[in-house]
Structures are given as structure tokens and as C-alpha cells.
Design a protein around this ligand. Structure first.
Ligand code: GDD
Ligand code: MN
Length: 376
């Protein structure tokens, strides 16, 4: 979906939130501007009136390097800062790619190159991951810190259902502007650290191709973490909220399925009433229900889910699955009609729906719409 090849020279915009990072922001900007010197690159620092003079450090840099930008605002949390920063990068800095990272040098500026490479090879989002092979967190991390990070990740995967990603709370990502525009960043309402999983949730929902690249997360050498109890509380209810949002989709999906049964049996009865032979009425009714299910799911259940990329292949798979469903349902009807010639046809037609639904579900969820790391 995004067309970023190295020769295109995309505009990469680093979005870096800071709160009291005066001792870190200068070395960080020095490394970044040096390492990413030859590209159309921007460095946007989002500072929320840090009392330690972080913004002044940034202004010193900006005076010498026009690629350095400063966005200031009131402090409402990490997520709020990211929403403002990413929106600014998209709307005012012409970003083709956004790289989000921490300012405290926990994220190695050199690693951003690896993330950008993955984007140029076709991914929509590349996550700097501590929890895949090759990745790690600082050996000096306390037990409490490890527990928080692992626990947060566990909740994000097990409760919110973000199972396709290993490091869900990572704050180091490169994301294409096209993917970001799709998921409507301004509508992310979380204020604090839960932003990481809220953003990831939306990326997955919008069908982005997400890959992970191992990183080493170094503990900060100066200053202290801003993670607070409010962030933890918000994180905790966010994972549950995401789960409920998943149920909503499941509920809609089930309702559509139910309506499909009505369409199938209703049109079958109607056709019989019109004198159509049952062996012809059956596949017609099944096909009608497949079509109505598809339309309802497309325009209602998954209306907000855009399926980018290999849409044609997915469409092809979907049709193959539908054909299998049709065949299975019809075969069941024919076999049952032969075994029980005296049973009411509409009951037998209804029986055909059962194996078809199971097969349809298995094939679609494990094949057509399978989640997981896409090849890039
Ligand atoms: N503008 C702004 N406003 N920046 C903030 C705020 C805020 O309210 N809160 C934190 N930041 C900035 C910090 O200045 C730093 O640059 C970055 O956000 C990360 O904050 P840290 O306080 O260093 O976070 P951490 O090291 O505890 O957490 C890191 O790991 C987490 C996962 O374990 C971050 O990468 C998190 O994003 C990540 O979820
Ligand atoms: Mn940190």
C-alpha cells in the first residue's frame, strides 16, 4: 500500500515526546541529526512545558538545524503528546514516515535505520521489539520494572488480544503516514502510556502489515521515568475496553450470521412456494445468504476495517471459501433429503447450514483473514 523505496527519499519525521529530558535531549538530537543527515528528515520534539528547560535545549538545536522542530503544549500525558506530535508531523511537516521513540536514549538512534529498512521493504509498521529473539532489556532492570513491562505486555496480548505482536508496549516504531492516516490518530483518546497499545490495536484493526525488529532497550542514564499510577490504571481499563470492542465485532458478526439463516430458509421456502424444485431452490437460497452475509459484513461489521495489500488474493480466497461453503451445505441437504425423504425440506436445508458455518469460520479465520506477521 505504501510505496517507499530508498530511492524515493521519503520524508521521515521522528516524533519524540519529552518531559524533563534536558540532559538527554541534546545528546539525542546530536546523534540523530548526525546519523540521519543526508535524508529529508525532520526531528519533532513534543515538549510539555518541562520545568527543567528541555525546550531551550531544543531551540538551540533548531536555530542551527532547520530540520529540528519543537511543538509545545500542556502536559496531559505521553499519549496526548503523541497524538499532537504525530498529527503535526502528518499535517504540517509532510511526513511520509513517522518514527516514534523515547528521548532518554533507551532507544538507540542507530536502530531506527533497521525499522526504516523494514518499511522500505514493504511493511506498514516496524516495531523495535525487546521480546523477540535477538532483543533484550537492560540487564540492570529491576525485578519490579521487568514485571511491569512483562505484565503489561501479557495483558495486552491475552486480554486485549494483540497476539500477533510480541512487544506490544514498545515505544519505538516506524509507521508509514498512509497507515497512520487510516487509523485516525486524533481519535485515540488515551492520555498516557496506554497510547502504545491503543495505537497498535488500531494498526492491527486497520489491517496494517506489522513486523518486529529486535532491539536492545538500555536503561536511562539520566533523569527518571514518568510512568505514573494514572498510566497504569488507564492501561488496565484500556486492555479490557479493547476486548469489549472485539466482542462488539463478534456480536455483529453473529447477528449477520443469524440474518443469513433467515435469508437462506426464507428464500428457500419462498422458492418452494413458487414451485421451484427443492434441489434447485436449495443452492439458490444458500447463495443468496452468502451474498447477503458478505454485503452486511463488508458494510457493517467490518465497515471501519480496511483490508489493504493483497486485497485481490483475499477476495479470491473468500470466494473459494464461499464456494466450499455452498458445496458443503448443498451436499448435506441432498444427502439428508435422500436419507429422510419425508422430512420437511426446510428443516434439512437448515441442517445444511451447520457444517457450512463451521467450515466457513475455520477457513476464513485460519486462512483468508489469518493474523500474524506478514512476509515482507
Ligand atoms: N511530552 C511528554 N509529555 N512527554 C512525556 C510525557 C508527557 O506527559 N511522559 C513521558 N514522556 C516522554 C519522556 O520524556 C520520554 O522521552 C518518553 O516519553 C518515555 O518516557 P519514560 O518515562 O522514559 O518511559 P519509560 O522508560 O518508563 O517507558 C518506556 O518503556 C515502556 C514500555 O516498557 C517507553 O518506551 C514507553 O513508551 C513504553 O511503553
Ligand atoms: Mn525511559
Amino acid at each position: 500500500m505504501t510505496d517507499i523505496s530508498p530511492s524515493d527519499n521519503p520524508c521521515v519525521c521522528f516524533v519524540i515526546p519529552t518531559y524533563n529530558e534536558a540532559p538527554n535531549v541534546s545528546p539525542l538530537l546530536a546523534q540523530l541529526t548526525e546519523k540521519y543527515g543526508d535524508e529529508a528528515t525532520r526531528f519533532l520534539i513534543v515538549d510539555d512545558e518541562s520545568p527543567d528547560g528541555t525546550a531551550d535545549r531544543v531551540r538551540e538545536f533548531a536555530a542551527q538545524d532547520s530540520r529540528v522542530h519543537l511543538l509545545e503544549g500542556k502536559r496531559r500525558g505521553l499519549g496526548d503528546a503523541y497524538v499532537r506530535g504525530i498529527s503535526h508531523a502528518l499535517d504540517s511537516l509532510d511526513a511520509d514516515v513517522v518514527v516514534q521513540m523515547d528521548a532518554d536514549l533507551s532507544h538507540d538512534p542507530s536502530d531506527a535505520r533497521k525499522l526504516l529498512d523494514r518499511l522500505s521493504r514493504g511493511a506498514d509498521a516496524a516495531i523495535g521489539s525487546r521480546y523477540i529473539s535477538g532483543g533484550a532489556v537492560d540487564r540492570g532492570w529491576s525485578f519490579g520494572r521487568r514485571f511491569l513491562s512483562r505484565g503489561g505486555n501479557y495483558l495486552a496480548r491475552r486480554i486485549a488480544g494483540l497476539v500477533s505482536v510480541q512487544d506490544c508496549t514498545s515505544g519505538f516504531k516506524a509507521i508509514s503516514a498512509a497507515a497512520l492516516r487510516k487509523l485516525d490518530v486524533k481519535n485515540i483518546r488515551v492520555q498516557g502510556y496506554a497510547f502504545q497499545i491503543a495505537l497498535l490495536h488500531r494498526l492491527i484493526e486497520s489491517g496494517a502489515r506489522i513486523v518486529e525488529e529486535p532491539i536492545y532497550f538500555r536503561d536511562r542514564q539520566r533523569g527518571q521515568t514518568k510512568l505514573g499510577i494514572r498510566d497504569l490504571i488507564e492501561f488496565f481499563y484500556s486492555v479490557w475496553w479493547m476486548r469489549v470492542a472485539g466482542y462488539k465485532t463478534f456480536l455483529k458478526f453473529s447477528l449477520v450470521g443469524l440474518s443469513g439463516v433467515v435469508v437462506n430458509l426464507g428464500s428457500f421456502q419462498l422458492a418452494l412456494g413458487l414451485g421451484v424444485h427443492k434441489y434447485l431452490a436449495s443452492p439458490i437460497a444458500i447463495e443468496l445468504s452468502i451474498i447477503s452475509n458478505f454485503l452486511l459484513n463488508n458494510f457493517w461489521t467490518f465497515a471501519d476495517r480496511t483490508m489493504p495489500g493483497r486485497r485481490r488474493i483475499r477476495g479470491l480466497k473468500y470466494n473459494l471459501v464461499s464456494l466450499t461453503t455452498l458445496g458443503l451445505s448443498y451436499a448435506t441437504f441432498v444427502v439428508l433429503s435422500m436419507l429422510f425423504p419425508d422430512a420437511p425440506p426446510v428443516v434439512l436445508q437448515g441442517c445444511g447450514i451447520i457444517p457450512a458455518t463451521i467450515c466457513n469460520y475455520l477457513l476464513n479465520s485460519y486462512w483468508t483473514f489469518r493474523a500474524g506477521e506478514p512476509e515482507s
